[in-house]
Design a protein. Structure first.
Length: 442
C-alpha cells in the first residue's frame, strides 16, 4: 500500500511546505493563533484593541497576521480582505509566468511574429492592467487610514470605473499625485495603452500570413510561366532550324515555299528524303494550342491556390479573433477564478474554528464538569477533534484543494502558452534515468 504513495512523495512534500507557509502567514495552527513575535495591540478596559507604539512609531508585525486579530468581532472582515487580495496577487503572478513561458516558446521556435505581436502585447496588457491593481493593493496596505477608515477607496470600484467610466475616479482617489500625474490621468493612460494593444494582437499575425502567402504564390506562378515560355522558345528554335533545312531542300528542288504553304496547308508534304511531315502552319497551331493549354492549367492552379489562401486567411483570422477575445476577457475571468484560493482558505478556517470550539473549548468552558470527568473528557474530545481534523480537514479538504489546483494550472495557467503540438511529455523518474544508464552501459 505504501508503494502507491511513494511516487507522490514530492507532491506531499510541497503540500506540506506550502501548508506550513500559509499557517505562518495567517497565523493559524488548528485555529489557534501563535504568539511568536508578540503583538502590536494593547487591550483597553472596554475590550477595544489599540495599536501600540514603539518610540513614537506605530508597531508593524514582522510576518503574517497579528495574533490579536483572532477572536475579534471584525476578524472575518479583515481576514477576508487580506486573503482575497493575496489570492489576486498569486493569480496574476502565476498567469504572468505562463505568458513569459509563451515568449520563451516563441523564441525557441524562432516565431518572431508571435513573439513581438502576441507575447509582448499580452505581457504588457496583463502587466499594466493587473500589475497596476497589485501596485494599488500594496499602496493601500501601506497607507494609514486610522483617522478615518471611510477615506479608504474601493479598489474594485476603481477597476470597474476604468472600463465603464474611462478611468474616472469616484470619491477620494487612492493617491493624489504620482510624478506629477493624478490617478485619473494614470487610469486613462493605462486604459488607452491596453485598448491599443488589442488590434495589434488581432490584425498583425493574419495580415503577415496573408502577405507572405501572396508573395510566395506570385513567385511560384511567375516561375511556372517563365518555364513554359522558355520551353516554347526552345521549341521555336528547333522549328527554325528545321524550317531552314526544309527551305534549303525546297530551293534546291525548285519548289516555291509560298505556294507550298498556301496550297497544301492541311495536307501532308513529301520532302526530299521521302518522309511525311506536317506543314509549318499546322505545327504552329498545335504548338500554340499546347502552350495555351499549359498556361490555362497554370492559371487554373493559381486561382485554386488563391481561393485556398483566402480560406486559410479567413480561418486564421477567425481563430486569432477568438484567441484575442478569450485572452482579453480571460484576464478578468481567470483572475477572478483564483479567488477560489480565498474561498478554500475561508472554508478551512471556518471548519477549524467549529471543530475546536465544539470539542475542547466548549467542554472546558462548561462549569459543571469536575476534575475526574474533565480528564476523561479531554481524551475523548481530543480523539473526536483528531478524527475530524484528520478525515475532514486533512483528507477531504486536501483532496478538494488538489482538484482546484489542477484546474488552475490546466485552465488559467496553461492556456497562456500550451498548444499541445510539441513532443510527448515525459515526467521525471529515477527508474527511467537508471534504465537509460544501464542501456547505455550495455
Amino acid at each position: 500500500m505504501l508503494k502507491t504513495f511513494v511516487q507522490y512523495r514530492y507532491f506531499f512534500l510541497l503540500c506540506s511546505i506550502f501548508a506550513i507557509f500559509c499557517g505562518f502567514m495567517y497565523n493559524e495552527f488548528f485555529a489557534i493563533p501563535l504568539n511568536i513575535f508578540g503583538t502590536c495591540y494593547t487591550s483597553e478596559k472596554n475590550g477595544e484593541l489599540i495599536l501600540a507604539k514603539n518610540n513614537g512609531e506605530k508597531c508593524v508585525y514582522p510576518m503574517g497576521l497579528d495574533p490579536s486579530w483572532i477572536g475579534t468581532m471584525n476578524e472575518l472582515t479583515y481576514t477576508n480582505s487580506l486573503k482575497m487580495k493575496l489570492s489576486i496577487i498569486v493569480g496574476v503572478l502565476h498567469m504572468m509566468l505562463g505568458i513569459f513561458i509563451r515568449g520563451i516558446n516563441n523564441m525557441n521556435g524562432k516565431n518572431h511574429t508571435a513573439f513581438f505581436f502576441e507575447f509582448i502585447p499580452q505581457f504588457l496588457f496583463m502587466g499594466l492592467m493587473f500589475g497596476y491593481l497589485i501596485a494599488m493593493i500594496y499602496y493601500k496596505w501601506g497607507t494609514d487610514y486610522d483617522n478615518n477608515t471611510n477615506n479608504a477607496p474601493s479598489l474594485l470600484s476603481i477597476m470597474i470605473n476604468m472600463a465603464i467610466k474611462f478611468g474616472e475616479v469616484d470619491g477620494e482617489p487612492l493617491f493624489q499625485s504620482f510624478y506629477g500625474f493624478s490617478q485619473e490621468t494614470i487610469n486613462k493612460l493605462i486604459l488607452f495603452i491596453c485598448v491599443t494593444l488589442v488590434p495589434i494582437m488581432l490584425f498583425v499575425k493574419p495580415i503577415q500570413f496573408y502577405l507572405k502567402k501572396n508573395k510566395n504564390k506570385g513567385v511560384s506562378f511567375r516561375k511556372e510561366e517563365a518555364s513554359l515560355i522558355n520551353n516554347e522558345n526552345k521549341n521555336d528554335d528547333n522549328i527554325n532550324i528545321n524550317n531552314n533545312n526544309f527551305n534549303n531542300n525546297n530551293i534546291n528542288n525548285d519548289f516555291d515555299l509560298d505556294n507550298l504553304i498556301n496550297n497544301n496547308e492541311d495536307n501532308a508534304n513529301l520532302n526530299n528524303s521521302g518522309d511525311y511531315s506536317l506543314s509549318l502552319s499546322q505545327e504552329s497551331k498545335i504548338r500554340a494550342n499546347e502552350l495555351y493549354s499549359d498556361l490555362y492549367q497554370a492559371q487554373k492552379k493559381k486561382y485554386k491556390e488563391e481561393a485556398k489562401s483566402k480560406f486559410q486567411f479567413v480561418e486564421l483570422f477567425i481563430g486569432q479573433l477568438i484567441e484575442v477575445i478569450e485572452y482579453v476577457l480571460g484576464t478578468v475571468s481567470n483572475t477572478a477564478s483564483y479567488l477560489r484560493l480565498w474561498a478554500l482558505s475561508l472554508a478551512h478556517t471556518a471548519l477549524s474554528h467549529v471543530f475546536i470550539e465544539k470539542t475542547f473549548i466548549g467542554y472546558i468552558q462548561n462549569d459543571q464538569v469536575n476534575i475526574v470527568s474533565s480528564v476523561v473528557g479531554v481524551f475523548i474530545y481530543f480523539l473526536v477533534f483528531l478524527l475530524a481534523t484528520g478525515f475532514i480537514l486533512i483528507f477531504m479538504d486536501a483532496m478538494e484543494c488538489v482538484l482546484h489546483t489542477l484546474r488552475l494550472h490546466w485552465v488559467e495557467f496553461q492556456n497562456k502558452f500550451y498548444k499541445g503540438d510539441g513532443y510527448l511529455f515525459q515526467p521525471f523518474s529515477f527508474r527511467t534515468i537508471f534504465n537509460g544508464e544501464e542501456i547505455l552501459k550495455e
